[in-house]
Design a protein around this ligand. Structure first.
Ligand code: SAM
Length: 293
């Protein structure tokens, strides 16, 4: 099939601007026509890794000057880019994959450009978090983007514990060398019944998306050593809404309440089932109230 689609003819604003351009996560075809037109028309492309981005530009025959803007030089690089904008030049910002400033460099540059009074124009496109969320089936109740968790185990568990009762789906980025530890911590904090979507190597040759209860995730990774390779997004189902305490959570809470003080029963039921602790506590109060009546 041949598709002949003209690129936008005048993709740039008449006012010199910073264009924040999303680029592919892996599949080079995941780029918008507008992104190609803007990247081909600007005076300078600020790229996280210029050698990496050169491959994208080459794939589409785009010849444009690039400068490096990465995590370690973002503040220093902002100055010369601001001067270019002030001199009437048009500038695009890209990162190695996905949307700039989402767990990537860009936020500080954007803030500086805005503060200097220049327009900042978004060019939407790929974002690993949104791609994973879109195939999770968990997004209906909203979502919370967490991004990368702390690398140290203690800090990671503490960060997760603070999210235990979050009703929205939680979206995490994780590196392959920490993925197994990370899912073990998810199991410890949220309980085996909570469901997780694992999105691996999105848009690439070995793309995999699988949705499992946390209790089964360790076995899934252990079943094939290739499954710990590549890039990962994890989407965790949110804590169940008020109306939706599962039959299993009700059963476990009932059993524990028969033996334990109310607070301990609710806490343990949350650990065992993954249901929200506040929700279980409220339900436990109800049950005790019914018993006393
Ligand atoms: N700005 C990017 C975005 O919009 O998604 C994220 C950049 S962040 C430095 C890189 C992380 O994003 C990876 O460690 C992984 O968690 C996630 N990621 C990026 N590409 C991915 C892919 N193809 N499949 C799964 N996760 C991916």
């Amino acid at each position: 099939m041949t598709v002949s689609v003209p690129l936008p003819v005048r993709p740039l604003s008449s006012t010199p601007s910073l264009y924040v351009v999303a680029t592919p996560l892996g599949n080079l075809h995941d780029i918008t026509l507008r992104a190609l037109a803007v990247l081909g028309a600007v005076d300078v492309v600020a790229a996280e890794d210029t050698r990496h981005s050169q491959r994208l530009l080459d794939a589409y025959g785009l010849k444009v000057r690039m400068v490096a803007v990465h995590q370690h030089n973002e503040q220093a690089a902002a100055g010369p880019l601001l001067e270019l904008l002030a001199a009437g030049r048009q500038v695009a910002l890209i990162t190695d994959a996905g949307t700039p400033a989402v767990s990537d460099p860009g936020a500080r540059l954007v803030a500086r450009v805005r503060a200097a009074g220049h327009p900042v124009v978004p060019l939407p496109g790929p974002c690993a978090a949104v791609a994973a969320l879109s195939v999770s089936g968990f997004a209906e109740g909203g979502f919370r983007f967490v991004g990368f968790l702390p690398a140290r185990p203690g800090a990671r568990v503490a960060a997760l514990a603070a999210l235990r009762d979050e009703a929205a789906a939680l979206v995490f980025y994780e590196a392959p060398h920490r993925i197994v530890e990370c899912v073990a911590d998810l199991l410890a904090v949220f309980g085996g019944a909570r469901e997780l979507l694992i999105a691996r190597e999105l848009t690439k040759l070995h793309e995999q998306t699988v949705r499992l209860p946390l209790a089964e995730v360790g076995v899934w990774f252990a079943a094939d050593p290739n499954r710990v390779r590549g890039e990962f997004v994890l989407v965790l189902a949110g804590a169940q809404a008020e109306a939706g305490l599962s039959a299993e959570a009700e059963r476990v809470l009932g059993l524990l309440l028969a033996e334990l003080p109310l607070k301990s029963a609710a806490r343990l039921a949350a650990e065992i089932t993954g249901a929200g602790r506040k929700l279980l506590y409220a339900r436990a109060l109800e049950i005790r109230g019914e018993e006393d009546a």
